[in-house]
Design a protein around this ligand. Structure first.
Ligand SMILES: [Zn+2]
Length: 143
């Protein structure tokens, strides 16, 4: 038996559907061929894993409990998001009133703090001064 035939018969060998003569030939080949024996060992490990997976029982009520939880969360979210009618009216009124008050206070404070008649004009000489020459960056780098 060669490797190709052995691999071809591996499925039937593992499921036990191989004739006695063919099974003996496969086993004889496995004793001599390392590649095929490793492949068959992987098959055996995969079988063990699949059997263990089949043994795990799922909870039949899991889906029902999850769906009930989702519905409960949706119901809570719907009641929480409902805004009372007085808030729909009161909120824009309060925002408008506070905005108007802020504008009024700003204009009032600005007009009383510095009346326009007392503001001194900037001397013309100051506009000709070179600020960059007065505050050199080198002065700060020496610190
Ligand atoms: Zn082989």
């Amino acid at each position: 038996m060669n490797c190709q035939l052995c691999q071809k018969e591996s499925d039937a060998y593992h499921s036990g559907n191989l004739s006695e003569g063919l099974r003996m030939q496969v086993e004889m080949h496995l004793e001599h061929c390392r590649d095929c024996s490793e492949s068959f060992q992987l098959w055996a490990i995969a079988d063990v894993v699949m059997e263990a997976e089949k043994a795990v029982k799922s909870n039949p009520f899991l889906v029902t409990r999850i769906m009930a939880g989702i519905e409960e969360m949706e119901h809570e979210g719907a009641t929480r998001l409902r805004i009372p009618a007085y808030q729909k009216v009161l909120k824009p009124i309060l925002i408008s009133a506070s905005l108007a008050a802020a504008i009024f206070i700003g204009v009032f404070v600005g007009s009383t703090y510095l009346p326009t008649g007392t503001v001194q004009r900037i001397p013309v000489e100051l506009s000709y001064m070179n600020d960059a020459a007065l505050e050199s960056v080198d002065l700060y780098s020496q610190l």
